[in-house]
Design a protein around this ligand. Sequence first.
Ligand SMILES: Nc1ncnc2c1ncn2[C@@H]1O[C@H](COP(=O)(O)OP(=O)(O)O)[C@@H](O)[C@H]1O
Ligand SMILES: [Mg+2]
Length: 282
Amino acid sequence: MSEKTLIAVWGSPNSGKTTTTIKLAQAFAAQKQNVLVICCDSLCPSVSTIAPQGAAGHSSLGELLSLPTLSQEDLLRYALPLDVSPRIALLGYKKGDTTFTYAAYNRDRVVDLLTLARHLADVVLVDCASFLSADPLSTVALELADHVFRLHSCDLKSLMFYASYLPLVSDARFRRASVLPVLSNVKLEQDSREYSQVFGGIQVTLPHVPQLEQQAAAARLLDDCTGKDAVAYQKALQQLLSQLQSPKPKATPIPPATSSTSFRNIASLLQRVWPKRRGGKK
Ligand SMILES: Nc1ncnc2c1ncn2[C@@H]1O[C@H](COP(=O)(O)OP(=O)(O)O)[C@@H](O)[C@H]1O
Ligand SMILES: [Mg+2]
């Protein structure tokens, strides 16, 4: 992996973008890399839930994006360093922010922000918002990233999300990155094989780990993930990291959501699901 890597973590709502981003940040930090995590979600600002102690007085990413000019010093001033993980710093919206709190920013501002971020950190991880139409920061991160981890969950909502949103990222400007589709938060009882087929190109599966769910619920995502349950998860994370170390793969073509194959698969999956539900109502 080259230095100064920009990785965008994107996916359907609730697919595990924030959880995965933080666990990736910890894995990079363990390799002695300095990591800047940019949390784009302005709908449910996440910094306070990741680092509740430090977040009380932290400055908002929204304010940074609306400064008249941007410099590396500004980024350093707005980034929240973590006591527990000195190699990781967070940039994100603060508790109480809404999309109306700050002035609108444009594409050039995001390009500046991401360029400066790449100069500051060894790895920049962007925890993207699912809804690109409402978030220029996530959209431009997907354009400029070296790698995109695209998170899918094993549920119909995720299928429907991608049916709607994949066409938005099928444009040539999104082809710079290598895209690694990942099945995320997969429970034992879920039919991951079927969903892998439907989504296509799944290379890594991140298993559901109850400990991670508890960490997220208790605002302790920065705790280590240990124990038997976590072994498979850590292995999958390492698999993700190893994809970055291999020579940069050719960008994975994004299957057009309107292709007959993907819709045939989705339709057959829906057919499999609905009869069961109807049966349940009898
Ligand atoms: N691998 C996992 N194991 C257990 N729970 C997970 C895992 N990944 C995500 N979750 C849980 O799923 C929920 C959504 O995760 P989150 O990272 O907030 O998603 P997103 O950022 O995509 O909205 C959280 O409750 C989180 O704890
Ligand atoms: Mg999130």
